[in-house]
Design a protein around this ligand. Structure first.
Ligand code: SAH
Length: 221
């Protein structure tokens, strides 16, 4: 395999931005050490691929800050056997990280152009346990449910009911809830027909659009 010119930057990203901020799961740290984040960002931004910030990926969307990817993934408590649903494929980077930590990853993206790009990159990286679909992720992906873990990487007005319904008993849903001014990262857990949630931290995401998301008008309020 060719030498990765970004390997040192990536190792430093994991140590300084993730491990030193308290994320210690060795499987997660290893996944983030191995997924080449720079291939998921546009070429003119590669020099910033391992910086401590989100980056633009086209279609007005962003690839999340590395620490946020780690924080959200950590909250899913993945052991390796989960069927995972991600809403908001974007670049495909988060899906690639998840693919190292779970049995299978189903991921839904609203913009076809982003879904096509993500599918191509995930294939090139031999992430065989990921399936990318274009559509409204607020409706989930019913055919492959239930999911032990669901991750939403865009800001929702509230947990979309179809996602709560597609969560397996004992499963965990991680998502940012709130509007344009900022959101709270929440973890929802299902026990039978009962759902409980906890707030984790303040975050800033692009809006989740769609049937159970924001529309062009109300995101502005
Ligand atoms: N996880 C991505 C970052 C995603 S940014 C990564 O690792 O790069 C949020 C993404 O959610 C955007 O690509 C946006 O187009 C998408 N999105 C917004 N509403 C959506 C919906 N209803 N269904 C699917 N994707 C949606």
């Amino acid at each position: 395999m060719a030498v990765d010119p970004f390997a040192a930057q990536r190792a430093e990203m994991v140590t300084r931005q993730i491990e030193q901020r308290g994320v210690t799961d060795p499987r997660l740290l290893e996944a983030m050490r191995s997924v080449p984040r720079h291939v998921f960002v546009p070429e003119d931004q590669r020099f910033m691929a391992y910086d401590d910030c989100p980056l633009a990926i086209g279609s007005g969307q962003t690839i999340s800050q590395p620490y946020i990817v780690a924080l959200m993934t950590n909250l899913l408590h993945l052991q390796g056997e989960e069927n995972v649903l991600e809403i908001g494929t974007g670049s495909g980077y988060q899906a690639a990280v998840l693919s190292h930590l779970a049995r299978f990853v189903h991921t839904v993206e609203r913009f076809a152009a982003l879904a096509v790009g993500a599918r191509r990159l995930l294939k090139a990286l031999h992430c065989k346990n990921v399936s990318v679909r274009t559509g409204d992720g607020t409706l989930g992906w019913p055919a492959a449910a239930p999911y032990q873990s669901i991750l939403v990487t865009a800001a929702a007005p509230a947990p979309p009911p179809p996602l709560l319904a597609q969560l397996a008993d004992g499963g965990r849903l991680v998502l940012p809830v709130g509007g344009r001014g900022g959101q709270i990262l929440q973890v929802w857990q299902r026990q039978g027909d009962a759902y409980s949630h906890e707030d984790v931290s303040y975050v800033a995401f692009v809006p989740l659009r769609g049937a159970h998301g924001w529309n062009e008008v109300n995101w502005d309020y």
